[in-house]
Design a protein around this ligand. Structure first.
Ligand code: UD1
Length: 367
C-alpha cells in the first residue's frame, strides 16, 4: 500500500496523521508512506523524528479580507499544486489523505486532479476553509463530530473519529510517570495550551506560582516551545516548588496523558479525542482566536455531556484555575462522573475506521 499523507501547521492536524500511519504499518508492514508538509510547521520537526520520508511545499493561508497577501497565497497555491503533482507522480500513491492545515490544499487538490483516490480528515465540529474547499474534489470526508456533517457533501461523509484516540490507548503509564519524575502517590494535573502553547494560560498560571506549591496534587505545566523562556523567567523569580514540573513541549504525550488524573487545556479537537478515549476529566479554555470560534463548539460538546468544565478565556485567571481544579478533585464524586461521561464520548476504533475509509476508496477506484 502506498500512501501520501499531508497535514500541517499545528499538532492537532499532524498527530492524527501520525497515528493513522502507525495503523497502516500495523496492517501492511511493507507500506510505503510519503508525508508532504511545510518547512515552517511543527510537522518539519515531528515527522522526520519518526523516520517517515518527508517532503515540503511552500504555502500560506487566505486572509479573510482582501489583501495583497491573498494574491501571494494564490500564487503559492498554484506553485504548490505543481510541486505536489510532481511529488505525487514520482511516488505513485494508491491514495492521498489530508488531515487539515493549509498544506493539504494543494496536495489533495493535485491528487484529485491526477485522478488518485482522496480522503480528507476533519477533526473539528466546524470545518476549516481548506477542508471545505477540498470537499468538492475528494472522494471521502472522514469526520469526528456529527455536527461537522452538514458542512460537506452528504454522500461523501463517513464518521470515523480521530486516530489519536486509538493511539493513546496503547500507552505505558509507568513510562509517562517516570519520564517526568512524577510522585506516584500524588494526583496529577496536566496544564497545556495546545500544541503551540497559549500565552493567556501561561500568564494565569504564572500569576499564582506561589499557590501551586501548597496544593495536595502535583502539576505538569507545558508552556509551548516559544513561550518557555518567558515563563521560566517568572518561575526563577520565586522558589521553584517540587510540586511543579515545567516543560516547553511533551513528545510522549500519550504516555503522559495516561499518567495524569486531570487536564486543563485549550479545546483543540485532537486533544479532545485523546482525553475522551482515556476518560480523562478536563477543564477546557477554548481559544477564541480560531476560525468561527470552533474550539468553543468542540468544548461544548464535552460540557453538554458532563465530561468537561468549560471556562472562557476572558473569565479565566490564576484563581479560577485553582478553583476549577479543586472542584474536580475535591467535589463529591465529580471526578468519577466526569471520567465516565468522557469515556462514553471516546472513539477507540478511530484509526481502523480511517484506515477502512482509505481501503474503501482504493477498492472502488474512485476519482
Ligand atoms: C490555534 C489552532 O488553530 N488550533 C487548532 C489546532 O490546534 P492544536 O494543534 O493546538 O490542537 P489539538 O489540541 O487538537 O492537538 C494538539 C496535539 O498536540 C499534542 N501535544 C500538545 C502539546 C505537547 O506538548 N505535546 C503534544 O504532543 C496533543 O497531545 C495533541 O495530539 O488543530 C486542532 C485540530 O484540528 C483544532 O481543533 C485547533 O483549533
Amino acid at each position: 500500500m502506498r500512501v501520501v499523507v499531508s497535514g500541517g501547521g499545528t499538532g492537532g492536524h499532524i498527530y492524527p496523521a501520525m497515528s493513522l500511519i502507525k495503523e497502516i504499518k500495523r496492517k501492511h508492514a511493507d507500506a510505503e508512506i510519503l508525508y508532504i508538509g511545510t518547512e515552517t510547521g511543527l510537522e518539519a520537526d515531528i515527522v522526520p523524528r519518526e523516520g517517515i520520508p518527508f517532503e515540503t511545499i511552500r504555502i500560506s493561508g487566505f486572509k479573510r479580507k482582501l489583501s495583497l497577501e491573498n494574491v501571494k497565497t494564490v500564487t503559492r497555491f498554484i506553485m504548490g499544486t505543481q510541486r505536489a503533482k510532481k511529488l505525487i507522480k514520482q511516488f505513485k500513491p494508491d491514495v492521498v489523505i489530508g488531515t487539515g492545515g493549509y498544506v493539504c490544499g494543494p496536495v489533495v487538490y493535485a491528487a484529485a486532479k491526477l485522478k488518485i483516490p482522496t480522503v480528507i480528515h476533519e477533526q473539528n465540529s466546524v470545518p476549516g476553509l481548506t477542508n471545505k474547499f477540498l470537499s468538492r474534489y475528494v472522494d471521502r470526508v472522514a469526520i469526528c463530530f456529527d455536527e461537522a456533517k452538514s458542512f460537506f457533501p452528504e454522500k461523501k461523509v463517513v464518521f470515523t473519529g480521530n486516530p489519536r484516540a486509538s493511539d493513546v490507548l496503547n500507552i505505558d503509564r509507568e513510562a509517562g510517570r517516570s519520564s517526568l519524575g512524577l510522585n506516584p502517590t500524588k494526583r496529577t494535573v496536566l496544564i497545556v495550551g495546545g500544541s503551540r502553547g497559549a500565552r493567556p494560560i501561561n500568564d494565569a498560571f504564572s500569576s499564582v506560582l506561589d499557590k501551586w506549591a501548597k496544593q495536595n496534587y502535583q502539576v505538569v505545566y507545558v508552556t509551548g516551545a516559544v513561550h518557555y523562556d518567558a515563563v521560566m523567567e517568572k518561575v526563577k523569580a520565586v522558589d521553584q516548588s517540587p510540586n511543579i514540573i515545567i516543560k516547553p513541549f511533551i513528545h510522549n504525550m500519550p504516555d503522559v496523558l495516561g499518567a495524569v488524573d486531570l487536564i486543563v487545556a485549550r479545546a483543540g479537537a485532537t486533544t479532545l479525542a485523546e482525553i475522551t478515549a482515556l476518560g480523562l476529566p478536563s477543564i477546557l479554555i477554548p481559544s477564541p482566536y480560531v476560525t468561527n470560534n470552533h474550539q468553543e463548539k468542540n468544548a461544548l460538546s464535552l460540557k453538554t455531556n458532563g465530561a468537561a468544565i468549560v471556562r472562557k478565556e476572558q473569565e479565566m485567571n490564576g484563581q479560577t484555575l485553582l478553583d476549577d481544579i479543586d472542584h474536580v478533585f475535591n467535589g463529591n464524586e465529580k471526578w468519577q462522573t466526569m471520567h465516565e461521561a468522557a469515556l462514553k464520548l471516546g472513539v477507540p476504533k478511530a484509526s481502523e475506521n480511517v484506515y477502512n475509509a482509505l481501503v474503501d476508496v482504493i477498492q472502488k477506484g474512485e476519482s
